[in-house]
Each structure stands twice: as structure tokens, then as C-alpha cells.
Design a protein around this ligand. Structure first.
Ligand code: NAD
Length: 495
């Protein structure tokens, strides 16, 4: 049987599904079959500008709605996502390659983002403050920013869209969404549900296309009030430079290099299960994936031998099958990058304990064996650079303080993991590990009420939680004089 017919999807601008101003299209390729499954328009700068204009026009009307009415739309979107769970999950797996059970969880999480942020309808609170002057009231308000450019990556093509759309909408903003070119279909399907929920025309727009054209135009435009982007640190840096033209506001959720520390007093069975999940979930393509294991020297050999054994048992295969633990990587280029890390380690004399190549059982698809590498130095690229694939370097430490120091010795500072039952170690981890998230005796998932944020080159700002929500608002202070007779404030120096 030949490949199924390739369908064509469109962009959503000003409330209409359009092909935009260009003629070119981009293939969306299924990483399991390596076949193109759909095409989408290769959007242009002109399309990006048209989407920004639509958003700008629709935003004031949306901002005038009481937040509770905005929340009602969001609850409807959440219902529609839950109703369409199977369809959304299967689109996600077909364009991204994660096992279907993971896609279902991601879709559930997307609905939860809309529900969670809808709960803030009555809690976008400002302040009323006492004044230094008589008969004056000071108010601080949280106003919408205006137009939000939401730029998303391929590794969570559904959840990342929801994590940006939901806080933007409840706070009264309009959105132009640009999904990753690898995985635009989940975003398109979600926007279809946004449309079905009756959200006003022009308020949510979707433009497909490259980061260097469409993304760049969105980030450099004066119409854009906030850029919220999740992706690599390199792209984040470019976006920051581009947005600096108009000192644009930014939320950047970038790369990670999570340390996974296991101390000798940890519950080993549990730590092992968590270590396997933390690295190989989503085929290692998660920003909070464990990317380097630091094992107490006294347990290292035993822990590692169990870890290798458990990893070997992971079932790699068709991500649509219920029995599959590990699907393919998202693209051949991502697999190439991971393979380069493995080559590099081998050439440096490190020892590949497991994996290291392409599985022979899967002649098609961008599969890479789960790979465990021992004998790696802290300075090596494997420990210092983000490996966005199923490859984990292992290091030995002698003291818990050393583990913390090595964990902190990184350009990245997103997630971190510590397994110990010693209270002193736990509190050291809480206070001394300089990462935006520390999981103690636990491996995710993150929760909506937690702030997802990165130290150092892992990002700027935060998402999720009340702190993430606030970044979608603009503070404004009003000084209101309510005296019968206008008079100069007593601090005013001139009479
Ligand atoms: P990427 O940086 O290649 O692309 C992310 C998005 O940015 C895409 O939509 C892309 O088109 C766009 N983009 C790229 N260059 C741009 C530019 N110059 N201007 C405007 N937009 C531009 O990232 P990716 O490969 O899709 O995703 C993987 C990366 O994302 C990893 O580094 C991972 O750690 C990171 N990530 C971080 C988080 C987090 O919350 N911190 C979550 C998921 C993924």
C-alpha cells in the first residue's frame, strides 16, 4: 500500500482559513513513516503583518468583555479539546512521534491550561493604595498588553499552544500564533476548536512558516506587545535581539540540561523508575528531561546496571501502538544531532553502555536507541550542551555538595532532580541548586500552579502560575484626586 493522500491545511487570519500571500507550501512529515502527511502554507512576512493587524483590531472589543465572559469561551475551548481528545492525540502522534498515551496526556494538559487560567477571571487583581496626599486614591491596574505573538516548538505541539493562548486570552489580549514548522497540525486543530467555541473573529490568528521569516516579522513588529516563545536558547537570543528594536516584552522558555542526582540513601527502586522516565519520556525530547546523571560513588555501579537493564526493556516501536514506550525522534536532523553527541563521546574515550545506534528492527522512521554513556567528564560537550534525544551521560560524585556544584556548573538552569531521604540534603537542594524547578524524590509532571521558569540561559520570565499570568498584563497606576476644591498636593514644591 502506498502512502496516504497528502491533505492541505490553511492558516487562520482575521477569522478566515487562507493560503496567504505566498504560493509555497511546506510538508508535514510523519517521523514514523517518513512520509509527508499534510502540506501547510509557507507563510510570508506579509501574512504575519495581516495577522497582526487582525489581532490589533479585534483586541479592544475582547478586552472590554468582563473576564468572566472571556473565561466562558475558554471553558468551551477546554470542553471541545476534551471531546476531541482522540483526534487531537492521534494528530499529535502522527506529526511528532511520541507514543499515543503521551499524546493523550498532553491533550488533557492542554484542556487543563484553559480551565486553570479561566479560574483567574475574578482574580486579575490590582491594588488600591493609600496616598501621601489628602483626598487622593492610588490604583494600580493590570491591563491587557494588546497583541501577543506566541511562538511554539515541536516537542509539545499542543500543550505549548495552550500554555500561551490561555493566559493571553483571559487577560484580554489578542494572539498571533506561529507553531513549529515540524508540527503545525496540532496547533491548527486547536485553533479550529477556538473558532468553534465562537471566539470573535480576528482575535486568534495562526500563521505557519519559518522562524526566520514569519517569526522574525512577529518579533520585530511595533504591533506586537509581547513575544512569548518556547524553543531553543539560540532562537531565544535572536528573538531578544529582534525585539530590542521596540524594547518588546518577552517571555522566553528555552533549553535545559537537567541534572539528576541520586544519593546513596534514596529509595533506589523508585529513583530508578524515575530516572528511566525522566530521560526517555518523549524520546528524550523534553526541556525538563534528565540530561546528566550524578550518582553517589558508593551506589553507582549497582544503580547503573539496573538502569541499563530497565532501559533495555523499553519497547521501541510504532507510537500509535498501545504497547510502545518509545517512538521515533521528530526529524532526521534532530536524530543526526544526537548521533553526533554519541560519536563525540566515543571518540573522547567514553563508554557506551547501551544503545548508541539506530535500531535494526525499525528500518523506517527516525528512531535512535536509548543510549547510556559512562566515563564522561564534566567539561565534555555531553555534559555542557543540551542533548535533545534519548542519550544520557553518567558521572560519579563523592559528596552531595560536589553534586550540587556540578549541577550548577551549567549555562542552563531549567529543571533539576534530587533523590535522597536526608533532610539536610533536601534543604541544600532547595536553597543551593540554582535551577527554576527542583523535583525532590519526584519526576514531574509540572503542575499548572507552579511557575515554569529558567535561570541563566534557560529563559526569561515564567509560564504557568499567577506569576506567569501577570506577564501577560501591563501595569498602570492612576492617581485620582477627589477633593471638592482642587489643591496642590502638599509635597508639591511650588506655591
Ligand atoms: P526552535 O528554537 O528551533 O524553534 C522554536 C520556535 O521558534 C519555532 O516555532 C521556530 O520556528 C521559532 N523560531 C526559530 N528561530 C526564530 C527566530 N529567529 N525568530 C522568531 N522565531 C523563531 O526550538 P525547537 O527545536 O522547536 O524546540 C526544541 C527546543 O525547545 C529545545 O531547546 C528545548 O529545550 C526547548 N523547549 C523549552 C521549553 C521550556 O519550557 N523551557 C519547553 C519545550 C521546549
Amino acid at each position: 500500500m502506498g502512502p496516504a493522500a497528502v491533505r492541505h491545511e490553511r492558516m487562520f487570519i482575521g477569522g478566515d482559513w487562507v493560503d496567504g500571500s505566498g504560493r509555497e507550501t511546506m510538508d508535514v512529515v510523519n517521523p514514523t513513516s517518513e512520509n509527508a502527511i499534510e502540506t501547510v502554507p509557507r507563510g510570508t512576512r506579509e501574512d504575519a503583518r495581516a495577522a497582526l493587524d487582525s489581532a490589533q483590531q479585534a483586541q479592544p472589543g475582547w478586552a472590554e468583555l468582563p473576564p468572566l465572559q472571556r473565561a466562558a469561551y475558554m471553558i468551551k475551548i477546554a470542553h471541545l479539546i476534551r471531546e476531541n481528545r482522540e483526534k487531537l492525540a492521534s494528530i499529535l502522534t502522527s506529526e511528532q512521534g511520541k507514543p499515543l498515551f503521551e499524546s493523550r496526556l498532553e491533550v488533557d494538559g492542554s484542556a487543563a491550561h484553559f480551565e486553570y487560567f479561566a479560574e483567574f477571571a475574578r482574580r486579575i487583581e490590582g491594588d488600591v493604595l493609600p496616598s501621601d496626599n489628602p483626598k487622593q486614591t492610588i490604583m494600580i491596574l493590570k491591563l491587557p498588553i494588546g497583541v501577543v505573538a506566541a511562538i511554539t516548538p515541536w516537542n509539545f505541539p499542543s500543550a505549548m499552544v495552550a500554555r500561551k493562548l490561555a493566559p493571553a486570552l483571559i487577560t484580554g489580549n489578542a494572539v498571533v500564533l506561529k507553531p513549529s514548522s515540524n508540527t503545525p497540525l496540532s496547533a491548527i486543530e486547536m485553533v479550529r476548536l477556538v473558532e468553534q467555541a465562537g471566539v470573535p473573529k480576528g482575535l486568534v490568528n495562526l500563521v505557519t512558516g519559518s522562524g526566520s521569516d514569519v517569526g522574525d516579522e512577529l518579533c520585530g513588529s511595533k504591533v506586537t506587545g509581547l513575544v512569548t516563545m518556547t524553543g531553543s536558547t539560540d532562537a531565544g537570543r535572536k528573538i531578544m535581539q529582534r525585539a530590542s528594536n521596540q524594547l518588546g516584552k518577552l517571555i522566553l522558555e528555552l533549553g535545559g540540561k537537567a541534572p539528576f542526582i541520586v544519593w546513596k540513601d534514596a529509595d533506589m527502586e523508585w529513583a530508578l523508575k524515575c530516572a528511566v522516565w525522566a530521560r526517555f519520556w518523549n524520546c528524550g525530547q523534553t526541556c525538563i528531561s534528565s540530561e546528566r546523571m550524578y550518582l553517589d560513588g558508593s551506589i553507582k555501579a549497582k544503580f547503573l546496571s539496573h538502569f541499563v537493564k530497565m532501559t533495555k526493556e523499553l519497547r521501541m516501536g510504532d507510537p500509535m501502538a498501545a504497547s510502545t514506550d518509545l517512538g521515533p525522534m521528530v526529524s532526521s536532523s534532530e536524530r543526526d544531532t544526537s548521533e553526533r553527541f554519541i560519536d563525540f563521546a566515543e571518540r573522547a574515550g567514553s563508554k557506551v553502555l547501551l544503545g548508541g545506534g539506530r535500531p535494526t528492527k525499525q528500518p523506517k522512521g527516525w528512531y535512535l536507541e536509548p543510549t547510556v554513556i559512562d566515563g564522561v567528564s564534566q567539561e565534555s560537550e555531553l555534559v555542557q550542551k543540551e542533548i535533545f534525544g534519548p542519550v544520557v551521560p553518567v558521572l560519579e560524585v563523592e559528596t552531595f555538595d560536589e553534586a550540587i556544584d556540578l549541577a550548577n556548573d551549567s549555562a542552563y538552569g531549567l529543571a533539576s532532580y534530587v533523590f535522597t531521604r536526608d533532610n539536610v540534603n533536601v534543604m541544600k537542594a532547595v536553597h543551593k541548586i540554582r535551577f527554576g524547578e527542583t523535583y525532590v524524590n519526584q519526576v514531574g509532571p509540572e503542575q499548572l500552579q507552579g511557575a515554569h521558569t529558567g535561570f541563566r540561559m534557560s529563559g526569561v520570565g515564567a509560564e504557568g502560575s499567577k506569576y506567569g499570568l501577570e506577564l501577560y498584563t501591563q501595569l498602570k497606576t492612576c492617581y485620582i484626586d477627589w477633593s471638592d476644591e482642587p489643591g496642590l498636593p502638599y509635597l508639591f514644591p511650588y506655591k
